[in-house]
Design a protein around this ligand. Structure first.
Ligand SMILES: *[C@@H]1O[C@H](CO)[C@@H](O)[C@H](O)[C@H]1NC(C)=O
Ligand SMILES: *[C@@H]1O[C@H](CO)[C@@H](O)[C@H](O)[C@H]1NC(C)=O
Ligand SMILES: *[C@@H]1O[C@H](CO)[C@@H](O)[C@H](O)[C@H]1NC(C)=O
Length: 355
């Protein structure tokens, strides 16, 4: 009897896992579609950015910060042995070129592995750069002061905390205050696999300040890109494997409550706000499976969405750029300054488009 029960349980478990795999495959097919090209005028690949430009943040002055050289489990890297870097591009120039920023001596740049970034300008106009770093594949948050004259980053603080695990992206909301996303819950195989198969919603958004660190919102399959609205009342969170963007309201105690969820037909990575309109720009993966199983002969495509009237009942979602990978593979971010757009990618090149 015991053995029969065990067999029945095993059968049921196998059937369940099979059903999950089929269900996931169906969903994955929905986001591993052929990409119909949507062209932007006057785009060119940026010379000097060829090994990823995962996240991009542009200051109101037109200075763009670009994080490059991400190494992350499951993601391809064309420069696996080189440390990551932060590049700066001044979009006011006629032909802007990226320049690698120097670091202050105290910072260990040999193990720098930058992921999501966010800028913050304090009361006296000092510019800070917050960077999610993965030294030895762990997660820390590095805060730098930007020295415009020396074109360098002065390391100010490293933040580590038990809740800061598998961190993906960050948005600074004050001096030493930020929200950060966790993109997976388990850190070791096969638990990560089980997490995906069961479609667990165990990832979250963290709030950090020197006084308090806490989970501010829960229930994401894989919380990824995060940004804040211009009036600083709302936070936008991309749930990449759920193909959705969540519009969250900031509460008095810094917790986030969901106002709405915008379903997409593509997997959203990093988010930025267009300062001219308040629209969300999302760097997306239309066929993410091709990133996980990378084949240069059949590369992953790129897609950039613009989401207008974000807070209205019916936000509109438009594709502003799409490419099958022949130009740009695995787009992860788009950011604009006076109608000029930068589009970055997880491990590939970057595009600069002017109107
Ligand atoms: C990209 O990485 C390759 C391999 O390490 C290196 O040869 C190349 O110079 C890098 N390109 C840029 C633009 O950094
Ligand atoms: C919101 O914050 C309170 C205390 O600051 C905390 O106990 C609670 O769990 C938080 N809610 C969520 C959804 O994280
Ligand atoms: C991608 O599109 C280009 C034209 O834009 C086409 O020449 C090429 O064959 C396509 N590649 C794939 C892999 O579909």
């Amino acid at each position: 009897m015991g053995r029969l029960m065990a067999l029945a349980l095993l059968g049921a478990s196998l059937a369940f896992i099979g059903e999950r795999i089929l269900s996931l495959r169906g969903k994955m097919n929905a986001v591993s579609r052929e990409v119909t090209s949507v062209e932007l005028q006057n785009c060119q690949l940026i010379e000097g950015l060829e090994n990823g430009s995962e996240d991009i943040d542009i200051l109101p002055s037109g200075l763009a910060f670009i994080s490059t050289g991400l190494k992350y489990p499951g993601m391809p890297s064309f420069a696996p042995d080189e440390p990551g870097q932060i590049f700066l591009m001044d979009l006011n120039e006629q032909n802007p070129k990226p320049h690698a920023l120097k670091f202050s001596d105290s910072f260990d740049k040999e193990i720098f592995n930058p992921h999501g970034i966010s800028t913050f300008i304090d009361k006296d106009d000092t510019v800070y750069l917050y960077v999610v770093n993965h030294p030895h594949m762990k997660s820390t948050v590095e805060i730098f002061k930007f020295d415009d004259k020396q074109r360098s980053l002065i390391h100010w603080k490293t933040i580590t905390h038990e809740l800061l695990k598998s961190v993906n992206d960050i948005v600074a909301i004050g001096l030493e205050e930020f929200y950060a996303t966790r993109d997976h819950y388990f850190t070791s195989f096969p638990m990560t696999f089980i997490e995906i198969i069961l479609e667990l919603r165990w990832t979250y958004v963290l709030f950090y300040s020197p006084r308090e660190i806490k989970v501010a919102a829960t229930g994401f399959k894989s919380a990824n890109g995060i940004t804040v609205s211009q009036n600083r009342k709302y936070v936008y969170v991309a749930d990449v494997s759920d193909a959705a963007i969540h519009i969250m309201e900031i509460q008095d105690n810094w917790n986030l409550t969901q106002l709405k969820r915008i379903q997409l037909g593509t997997l959203p990575d990093n988010l930025n706000v267009d300062p001219a309109t308040g629209d969300i720009l999302a760097g997306c993966h239309p066929n993410a499976m091709k990133i996980l199983f990378y084949n240069p002969e059949d590369p992953p495509g790129s897609e950039v969405l613009r989401i207008q009237n974000v807070l209205s009942d019916k936000p509109t979602v438009n594709t502003v750029y799409a490419n099958n990978g022949s130009v740009l593979q695995g787009s992860s971010v788009a950011s604009v300054y006076h109608e000029k757009m930068l589009i970055g990618s997880v491990f590939h090149k970057a595009l600069y488009c002017v109107p």
